[in-house]
Write a protein that binds this ligand. Structure first.
Ligand code: DGL
Length: 270
């Protein structure tokens, strides 16, 4: 058994990397649906079908706990999966909540009514599907009041990263930040609401300026996973083997992942 990490492609590696560093004793099984990336331009039904197929494969690989390290899948499919699909002995968790807890300075499990928080103007950068789901605003409204969220759908960034075209990705980041700034000139905080974007964190920070606090998910999710496993140690099991699965071309994904993670990662066909 192991903990499963799911993403539409390479973005979840940012979460995997942080999780492996935080929990070196835990075996992880990664599933990248590189054959179907990007999810951010697909419709809800499609995202639900692809996500449940990937998570089923992770259950088969012995994972009782799966992290959807894909905001798009979490925003569009997670609630439906938790309500009617996830077996009672398994858990599937998303990546929004740790981020919102950090933004609103709340502790895990703090279910008190929403209250005013320090941050008032927040920029959200995410895929078109995540932005139109409004899942971020919905989760935020459970915890905070008086926060103005301006969301920017960042079309093309995931495709450019998956294609390894970092020059295009950088140009797109700059133009998406400019588009956002035309509607919200001075956000106090910016949320990188897609697990691919930490790979461009420096570019987001430069385009936004040093006085904007950029929240990115990898470390927050790793910390929250460590906390979860302290409370639910039975969810990890006893396995020792990490495994990296892709629906895409294993040689190509191995190459890209090794480049991003700066360590050799051998992907095999899912
Ligand atoms: N990493 C995924 C996310 O966090 C990217 C989604 C996509 O494939 O467009 O949203």
């Amino acid at each position: 058994m192991a903990v499963g990490i799911f993403d539409s492609g390479l973005g979840g590696l940012t979460v995997l990397d942080a999780a492996m560093k935080r929990l070196p004793e835990v075996p992880f099984v990664y599933y990248g649906d590189n054959a179907h990336t990007p999810y951010g331009v697909r419709d809800s039904e499609d995202i639900y079908e692809l996500t449940t197929a990937g998570v089923s494969r992770l259950f088969e690989a012995g994972c009782d706990l799966v992290i959807l390290a894909c905001n798009t899948a979490a925003a569009v499919a997670l609630r439906r999966m938790q309500e009617s699909w996830v077996p009672s002995d398994k858990r599937v968790l998303g990546v929004f909540v740790p981020l919102i807890e950090a933004l609103t300075e709340r502790q895990w499990g703090d279910n008190s009514p929403p209250r005013e928080v320090a941050v008032k103007e927040v920029a959200l950068f995410a895929t078109p599907a995540t932005v139109s789901s409004r899942a971020f605003q919905r989760e935020l409204a459970f915890r905070a009041i008086g926060v103005d969220v301006e969301a920017q759908p960042c079309g093309g960034v995931v495709d450019a990263i998956e294609d390894g075209d970092m020059i295009l990705a950088e140009a797109l980041v700059r133009s998406h930040v400019e588009a956002l700034q035309r509607r919200m000139a001075k956000p106090q905080a910016a949320i990188l609401g897609c697990t691919h974007y930490p790979l461009m964190e420096k570019e987001f920070q430069e385009a936004l300026g040093a006085d904007v606090k950029v929240y990115s998910q990898a470390n927050l999710v790793a910390e929250s996973l460590a906390d979860y496993l302290t409370r639910r140690p039975e969810m990890v099991g006893t396995g020792t083997e990490s495994l990296f699965l892709t629906t895409g071309d294993p040689a190509r994904v191995t190459n890209k992942a090794t480049q991003f993670m700066r360590r050799k990662m051998d992907f095999i066909s899912a």
